[in-house]
Design a protein around this ligand. Sequence first.
Ligand SMILES: NC(=O)c1ccc[n+]([C@@H]2O[C@H](COP(=O)([O-])OP(=O)(O)OC[C@H]3O[C@@H](n4cnc5c(N)ncnc54)[C@H](OP(=O)(O)O)[C@@H]3O)[C@@H](O)[C@H]2O)c1
Length: 372
Amino acid sequence: MSKPTNQAAYLVAKNTIPLEVRTAPYTPPGPDEVVIRTHAVAINPVDHIIQHLGNIMYTHLQYPEAILGFDVSGEVVQIGQQVTRFKLGDRVVANAVGTAKNRNLPSHCGFQLYTVLLPRMTSPIPETVPYEKAAVIPLGLSTAACGLFQKDQLALQHPSVPAPKPTGKTVLIWGGSTSVGCNAIQVAVAAGYEVITTCSPRNFAYVKSLGATEAYDYNSRTVVKDIIRAFKGRVTAGALSIGAGAADKCLDVLAGCKGDKVLSMATYPTPATPPKRFVFVQTVVTYLSGLLSLWIKAKRYGVRSAYIFADSLVDNEVGPMIYEQWLPKALAAGTFVAAPEAEVVGHGLENIQRAMDINRKGVSAKKVVVTL
Ligand SMILES: NC(=O)c1ccc[n+]([C@@H]2O[C@H](COP(=O)([O-])OP(=O)(O)OC[C@H]3O[C@@H](n4cnc5c(N)ncnc54)[C@H](OP(=O)(O)O)[C@@H]3O)[C@@H](O)[C@H]2O)c1
């Protein structure tokens, strides 16, 4: 094939706004890779966190060639020699993993027209699922899967299609209306677990439509007591905490329930409002003091707790289990839906910065998407 002309939205330096759209190299796939013409990308908090705090969190990124973007969907246009799962023209969704420290490859990042993908992090999508809907899935699903299924996290039984016999255990998913939470609810149910979750009351019906049995308002003063009461007569398989303050509350719930005392944490301690001055110092102090106080509380309550690194499933059994085995079947059978809802805010790489700004202001049970 003749080399397509690629373009990317570059982060040209630390703390730099806006992203700069310009021509980018087209990178052919390695033997075990595919290239897609990207048709939709979704925004995750980590995209703007890197843009604003890249010199703290992602020190390995190389400027001015850094590209962000984890969630992509598109059409396969080139295939490495060892790849057997895909053919040219396949419609796919994938978790782009180029920003991971052990890869650090701009060609494998999402915010560009042609992205190199790992087949084990890529799933076919049915004709009935449009690209802009599919794009909401990857990082939310990857994070949920790390927390629920990795051996160093909750280590739950894996999902299947159709779902297995109920295990009789209940998982607490704190933050069910987040992108991570919408995926976690569905994949936990698909693995045979009952789900109790939290979100704002406006999203109760939505999280229940995804499979949660009960939903509680995380802003209620009585939420911990209410959830402990709901767990009477139930056995917990552990908790997944998503959102500011969630880990602390989950520890209180786990201390008051019967079952597995395990907590998987998606959200890292960060300042309640983005600091205007001494950003580095305030961020690091909040992070370290938050880690320490949660560690002490978990030890005191006898809870095993671990933070999620959403990159980790790329190199263990959970990535292929989700993207090769479970997701293609679940999407085809309609037992898993792309959630939360996609909010398409524009077309073209020029709109990605605006989309990141919209996500940074805050969303509720929505994922901001740009079509390309
Ligand atoms: N560790 C990792 O590798 C990793 C990877 C991906 C994401 N994350 C983290 O996971 C979190 C969620 O990411 P996301 O992309 O899923 O977020 P998101 O969808 O952008 O989050 C928006 C949602 O957050 C909910 N929310 C706000 N404050 C909350 C709180 N205190 N407790 C519970 N829910 C709250 C809102 O619920 P309502 O509108 O219902 O109030 C809203 O629906 C973020 O902290 C993100 O940094 C971590």
